[in-house]
Design a binder for this molecule. Structure first.
Ligand code: C5P
Ligand code: C5P
Ligand code: ZN
Length: 460
């Protein structure tokens, strides 16, 4: 066990001891895949420890929500996948809280489990669900929940930096070989559930020039390499292929991609480590960590996180059926969002590029669309997306590892600019978000552009 893991486990034990003093707690978590899996891990641990809980999912934690929570006078609130950025509000309103989170901390709290406090980076070493899992391990015999810990960090794209899970995430993975397995495979989305030609057609990360979005071209590509798309009148999915066939399709696809000018960044990502949930049924979304995470996002990002959580808690009937229906709508929204960005274009400044989706992309998925668009566009500049929200512009920013290595810290930059123009934000060096008051967008962009220039030049 690494030194960091030992230290985090010690802090987790302290938090768990505090939690065990109570009979009833309030849980608060984030609406994305990481937040939902974190919530399920803690909720299950509460059930097993005989502690009652109330669940609350929020899009983001702000002063208003902290105040409302405080009005309810809960004895103890457990925040997962959020909270670290709002410790000041939590303290000011006198909430008794335990936080298991991985966002950049702002403020001090005793019962705070966060990788940044132990020298680890919460954007790739461990996620909200990972910290929740460490807490769960100290709350009782909860090791079987390790698969949910991996689903959450995959939802947060923590494999991106190295093309695989590393550090604390890796320790959780390697310590639980009965629950979750890593396998090097084609990285395209939908290996469990989509016909192979659809898997190619819907590929957005990496974007396959000439194939993505073109059904005929995908079928033609497969036919030319002698691949049978269907068998016994059933479309074949990736999991239906023999190992030999998988190798054949993968190598042909690599060759095709080189010939069609796929960037080396994307080429390197065509094959990567994938994570299989061994207790889940083959051919279902839950078998593959990446498909599972998307299923959860399809619920939470549309204010239906309780459905995703029910799936995480084992529901394979009503909630699972509902989540599949939501998944269909989520996919449609993502395709429409990507088309919007492609049609409207992106404005380039010296140190960032941006687009404003207005009311055309829901603010809860504009960050996903920004990340997906970025994967196939100019990666020399970070991308900043805006979308309309009730109380201001929702901002979602995404960088690259290369830019972070040069000094980019989006979380830092966005929170600093918010201090000047108003609004609030935070997140990670490589991905951050905020809400900025209406009327302040232009100033926000200008100041962010300047601040990023200074970060990259090493002057902050
Ligand atoms: O709220 P939260 O921490 O869960 O979100 C993390 C965000 O960071 C995700 O939207 C994820 O896509 C993004 N990310 C990224 N590139 C990475 C790591 C995370 O875009 N290398
Ligand atoms: O919303 P989006 O996906 O762009 O969020 C990127 C990162 O910024 C996430 O880690 C999210 O939790 C964080 N964020 C934040 N405060 C906000 C919006 C997003 O800390 N107001
Ligand atoms: Zn998270």
């Amino acid at each position: 066990m690494s030194e960091t893991m030992i230290q985090m486990a010690q802090r987790a034990r302290k938090c768990a001891e505090e939690i065990k003093k109570y009979k009833e707690v309030q849980l608060v978590s984030h609406i994305d895949a990481d937040g939902i899996s974190s919530a399920a891990i803690i909720a299950r641990s509460m059930e097993r420890a005989g502690i009652e809980y109330e669940m609350l999912f929020v899009k983001q934690l702000d002063e208003e929500i902290v105040r409302e929570l405080a009005n309810e006078n809960p004895e103890l609130v457990i925040f997962t996948d959020l909270g670290s950025g709002q410790i000041e509000h939590i303290n000011n309103y006198g909430l008794h809280a335990v936080i298991a989170d991985h966002h950049r901390p702002q403020g001090d709290l005793e019962m705070h489990l966060n990788p940044h406090l132990f020298g680890a980076n919460g954007s790739f070493e461990i996620s909200g669900s990972g910290t929740a899992f460490l807490l769960a391990e100290e709350l009782g015999s909860n090791r079987d929940l390790a698969d949910l810990a991996i689903v959450g960090c995959i939802g947060d794209m923590q494999y991106r930096k190295y093309g695989k899970l590393v550090s604390l995430n890796r320790e959780i993975l390697d310590n639980n070989p009965d629950t979750i397995a890593a396998k090097t495979d084609i990285s395209l989305f939908g290996k469990q559930t989509r016909p192979v030609y659809k898997m190619l057609q819907y590929s957005s990360d990496p974007y396959l020039p000439g194939l993505t979005g073109n059904e005929d071209a995908c079928i033609d590509f497969l036919r030319k390499i002698g691949f049978r798309c269907a068998e016994d009148e059933r479309w074949r999915r990736w999991i239906d292929l023999t190992e030999e066939e998988k190798i054949k399709v993968t190598s042909s696809l690599l060759q095709y991609s080189v010939q069609n000018g796929l960037s080396s960044y994307s080429l390197n990502r065509l094959v990567s480590e994938c994570y299989i949930l061994l207790r889940e049924k083959e051919g279902t979304e839950m078998r593959d960590a990446s498909e599972y995470a998307t299923l959860l996002n399809a619920t939470g990002r549309y204010m239906k996180a309780d459905i995703g959580m029910a799936v995480c808690m084992g529901d394979r009937e009503e909630a699972y059926e509902d989540s599949k229906r939501l998944l269909g709508e989520h996919r449609k929204n993502l395709v429409e969002g990507l088309n919007f960005v492609r049609e409207k274009g992106v404005t380039q400044l010296s140190n960032l590029q941006y687009f404003d989706a207005g009311g055309s992309i829901p603010e809860t998925i504009v960050g996903i669309v920004a990340g997906m668009s970025h994967a196939s566009s100019n990666r020399h500049l970070p991308i900043v997306a805006f979308a309309d929200k009730e109380d201001g512009h929702k901002v979602s920013a995404r960088g690259t590892q290369e830019l972070v290595n040069k000094g980019l810290n989006l979380s830092e930059a966005i929170s600093q600019v918010c201090q000047v123009v108003g609004g609030a934000g935070g997140g990670h060096d490589i991905a951050a978000g905020a809400t900025v008051p209406y009327g302040k967008k232009e100033e926000f962009i200008e100041r962010l552009n300047e601040l990023i220039a200074r970060q990259i030049a090493g002057r902050t």
